[in-house]
Design a protein. Structure first.
Lengths: 168, 747
């Protein structure tokens, strides 16, 4: 089995979900009838779709000959896997000790209100997903927030929309 | 096989010899040394979740779990030091920090067992109602052994809603200790895959994906998970408040021709529950929903016929056995042999069937012996019984290289054959299925041919090489697949065909049967037939079949030329003087008659009203034997007294027979019937090996008045649909309907 010949970079932003299924078929083909390669297959499928919708789980189940119930167990066990779609941009508010005491919770509430999303959710336009993290090593800048790979320190409630707006 | 060298180990200062490849826990158990354990269980893969089985081993760091550590030669093990005891108590406390502990530490515990389930409200302990009161809680037993009487941690109640929306069993995951036994039995033993751990941390539970019900997720309701659960988390709906059984009676299931061992859990005159026997060599404990859950509600149904009854213009009148026997004898005496019809169910025991045919032949002098097969199969009855008589032992599946399953799905019946097939496929045998809808084997199959029953004959011909004539053009899209499978089949030597109940719904069933028999002769295929007529082989062996005498079909030295039968003159339209129906309940299809005797346990659902009702005892209430699909004689053992005045079928037949013609039968007990059978079938019923059956060549025309395929549910016993008396079976029938339309096993 080789991992190099198919490029499983997330292309979910450019293609519609329907258009991704033929690519999923290719992934499944690599692992067909190999139940012990489940995690690898799910990993690639998630990279492709950004999350693991029920239909994808079903196809992987049939292809690898693993029961759907087992797949669901694996997906809900590992935090890496997600059953809700991820947005194009990930917004992570830090709630580590330092950020927490300096208002991380308020930042989180404000972000949630602005986006209309709860922790773990994705906005309806799939532009943002909201999550919390426990310390990103930027305690000196508390309260901190992470959008994709960019760190924002000393976040003020009034600045939040301004920051988020930069990410289209 | 070379004998494996035993290992010598020292457990708690005792030096003992043990087989290699055992875990420490298993080794200790074989020498009756107790190590507490909750997640380990015989027949299940080791898991190491509960941590109660910790021990000390010289040379190993810390406290290894004995259920996951293999024994090695010279190992020195301590299972019960002070340090281990403290550690176990601590582990148990943690385990109980998420489990309601009132019943474990309650001071009224002993009394509680006796009073739980009472309906009196005051003055007595009514129990906490968390758990069933069958006293099978292993958690309680282990807590007692470990000697924990209180806990220092607060109990965190997880507050999961109790799941009651599936048939047969309830689930309360607040009581679950996440030992994973149910998950392992469902996946590794039943090979079903309904159960899995979901989520993580303190919200972990067990169940199928996406909050589906078990029914939707493909659960077969085999109840294995309920059987192995060491807590009250999983419990049988009907029996959970019925208390502790006081005896266990092993018997044979009469619901299908596999004949699994059932361990009836009995209290006084009631069968409370049924458990599998994991040590049974025949079925390995792989019983299906019918054996596991459909026995108590059937045999203790409140619709049972309590006493003999005679029809009057105003309804049925209760009469005594003496009156009933006298009346039946009077109506039967002097009946002309060809105006008599004996209808027997192929689900009776051998003894009942033997006496029934003797009754017809020697008391009435008539060979008019029929069964529901004539209606279900019409002109195909002959070929079908021939196929059944030539079916192989079930264990041919164990080393098969190729399996072709036709019209077969083992979700709700024939479970041991189904699991055997799945195991074969998992170890690399090529499995091919033909069906008109998805089956539970498709997932493991090389190829699943899903097509209408009208194409099956052609497909079977092509795949097995029995005949390819004109068939290929029917399957343009499968050209490559068919060629591939043909190639594989040609190369394999150990090949098995499983002919399932779906076969009976195929229009060209005779043609298919002929092809199967041809490839059995010429192509080296073994054949297993899964059909609903539980004791059909017994019926044939006993000669409870028109034109076939007792024992004639048993082929002792493997070369008898076969038995000839002739059903071509059988007429199911001709009016009779008397019809005697034993365990047959489709009365509307029977010919007209002046007098109809209906002998069964439950009333018929037909419009037609019999003249005399005779209450028959059921298989839990009388002893006897059956011959299963592979030709083994299996015991049916009495566990409780018959319901009200019910009597065994053979007893009733004998009593009426004796009244008509003295001295022909004279059977006082079932053993005397067996002695009589042994005159023709040597060694009966003690024969240990499979009985070999010869070919049967029955001259057939469609009997007049047949076929008339009454649309029935899939499961019935003595003509009564199980769903009529067993509540949960309704949901199962509906599920089958949903998945398959109506094609699956129309009988
Ligand atoms: S009843 Fe059988 S198939 Fe259903 S969940 Fe339990 S073990 Fe699995
Ligand atoms: S339901 Fe019972 S068998 Fe299953 S994990 Fe929980 S305690 Fe163990
Ligand atoms: S029995 Fe060994 S860890 Fe549970």
């Amino acid at each position: 089995m080789s991992d190099t010949d198919t490029n499983h970079e997330c292309v979910c932003a450019q293609l519609s979900e329907e258009e991704l299924y033929p690519r999923l078929e290719l992934i499944i083909e690599e692992h067909r009838n190999k139940p012990h390669e489940l995690i690898m297959a799910l990993h690639k499928a998630q990279n492709l779709f950004g999350y693991l919708p029920r239909k994808v789980q079903q196809m992987v189940a049939e292809g690898l000959k693993v029961s759907l119930n087992e797949i669901y167990g694996v997906i809900t066990f590992y935090s890496f896997f997600s059953t809700v779609p991820k947005g194009r941009h990930s917004v992570k508010v830090c709630l580590g000790t330092a950020c927490y005491v300096r208002g991380g919770q308020q930042t989180l509430e404000k972000v949630g209100k602005e986006l209309g999303a709860k922790v773990g959710d994705t906005t309806e336009d799939r532009r943002y997903s909201l999550d919390v993290v426990r310390c990103i090593g930027a305690c000196g800048l508390a309260p901190a927030m992470l959008v994709d790979d960019d760190v924002y320190g000393r976040v003020k409630s009034t600045k939040i929309m301004e920051i988020l707006d930069q990410y289209k | 096989m070379t004998k494996e060298k035993k290992l010598s180990i020292t457990i708690d200062n005792r030096t003992v010899e043990v087989r290699p490849h055992l875990t420490i826990l298993e080794a200790a158990r074989t020498h009756n040394i107790y190590i507490p354990s909750l997640c380990a269980m015989e027949h299940l893969p080791s898991y190491g979740a509960c941590r109660l089985c910790v021990v000390e081993v010289d040379g190993l760091r810390g406290f290894p779990t004995s259920c996951t550590t293999p024994v090695e030669d010279g190992m020195v093990i301590r299972t019960d030091t002070g340090e281990i005891r403290t550690l176990r108590q601590e582990v148990l406390k943690l385990l109980l920090s998420e489990h309601p502990a009132s019943c474990l530490f309650c001071t009224e515990q002993d009394e509680c067992k006796d009073y739980q389930g009472t309906i009196r409200k005051a003055g007595v302990i009514t129990g906490c109602r968390y758990c069933p009161n069958d006293t099978r809680c292993e958690l309680q037993q282990v807590t007692e052994r470990i000697g924990l009487t209180e806990t220092s941690y607060p109990v965190y109640y997880r507050n999961f809603p109790v799941e009651k929306n599936d048939p047969f069993y309830d689930r309360d995951y607040n009581l679950c200790i996440l030992c994973g036994r149910c998950v392992r039995v469902c996946n590794s033993v039943r090979l079903n895959g309904t159960l899995s751990f979901k989520q993580r941390g303190k919200i972990t539970t067990v169940g199928p994906a996406f909050d589906r019900t078990h029914l939707e997720a493909g659960c077969e309701f085999c109840g294995a998970c309920v059987t192995v659960c060491p807590t009250g988390a999983l419990s049988t709906k009907t029996s959970k408040w019925y208390g502790k059984p006081d005896k266990e009676v092993a018997t044979t299931c009469v619901y299908c021709p596999v004949g699994c061992t059932l361990k009836l859990q009995v209290r006084k005159s009631e069968v409370l529950d049924v458990l599998p026997d994991y040590n049974s060599a025949l079925d390995h404990g792989f019983i299906c929903v019918k054996g596991r859950f459909a026995v108590p509600e059937y045999v203790h149904s409140s619709f049972r016929i309590p006493v003999p009854q005679r029809i009057t213009p105003l309804g049925y009148n209760d009469i005594s056995w003496d009156e009933a026997i006298a009346e039946a004898a009077e109506r039967l005496a002097g009946v002309k042999p060809d105006s008599f019809l004996m209808m027997v169910s192929p689900q009776l025991t051998n003894e009942d069937l033997f006496v029934a045919q003797q009754f017809a032949r020697q008391i009435i002098g008539s060979d008019q012996i029929g069964s529901p097969l004539l209606y279900d199969l019409g002109a195909d009855t002959g070929p079908f019984v021939n196929l059944v008589s030539q079916s192989s032992a079930f264990d041919v599946i164990d080393d098969a290289e190729a399996v072709l399953a036709i019209g077969f799905d083992s979700t709700y019946d024939y479970a041991p054959i189904g699991i055997g097939t799945k195991k074969a496929a998992q170890r690399g045998a090529v499995l091919v299925t033909i069906n008109s809808c998805d089956t539970n084997l498709d997932m493991l199959s090389e190829m699943a041919f899903t097509c209408g029953t009208e194409k099956w004959s052609a497909l079977v011909g092509l795949l097995t090489g029995a005949s390819a004539q004109g068939a290929a053009p029917l399957f343009p899209t499968w050209k490559k697949d068919i060629a591939g499978i043909q190639g594989i089949f040609k190369k394999s030597t150990r090949k098995v065909i499983i002919a399932g109940p779906g076969l009976l719904a195929a229009p060209q069933r005779t043609e298919i049967i002929e092809k199967l028999l041809k490839v059995k002769e010429k192509g080296g295929w073994d054949i297993i037939v899964a059909h609903p007529y539980s004791n059909l082989k017994g019926m044939l062996a006993m000669g409870a079949f028109h034109g076939i005498k007792t024992g004639a079909i048993i082929n002792e030295n493997g070369q008898a030329e076969g038995v000839k039968g002739d059903l071509s003159k059988f007429d199911l339209t001709k009016g009779c003087t008397v019809i005697y129906a034993v365990g047959v309940s489709d009365l509307d299809s029977l010919p007209d008659c002046d007098y109809l005797i209906y002998q069964n346990a439950l009333p018929s659902e037909s419009q037609r009203r019999p003249d005399l009702l005779l209450p028959a005892a059921l298989f839990t209430e009388s002893s006897g034997t059956v011959i299963n699909g592979e030709g083994r004689i299996l015991p049916v053992n009495k566990a409780v007294e018959p319901y009200r005045s019910a009597k065994p079928d053979w007893w009733i037949l004998n009593a009426i027979g004796e009244r008509i013609k003295k001295g022909v039968m004279k059977y006082a007990q079932v053993q005397s019937v067996q002695k009589e059978i042994a005159k023709t079938i040597k060694g009966f019923p003690g024969v240990k090996k499979r009985l070999e059956f010869s070919r049967i060549d029955v001259k057939m025309k469609t009997p007049k008045g047949a076929p008339k395929m009454r649309k029935q549910g899939q499961f019935n016993y003595r003509g009564i649909p199980l769903e009529a008396v067993v509540k949960g079976m309704k949901a199962i029938e509906e599920r089958i309907e949903l998945i398959s339309g109506s094609n699956r096993g129309a009988i």
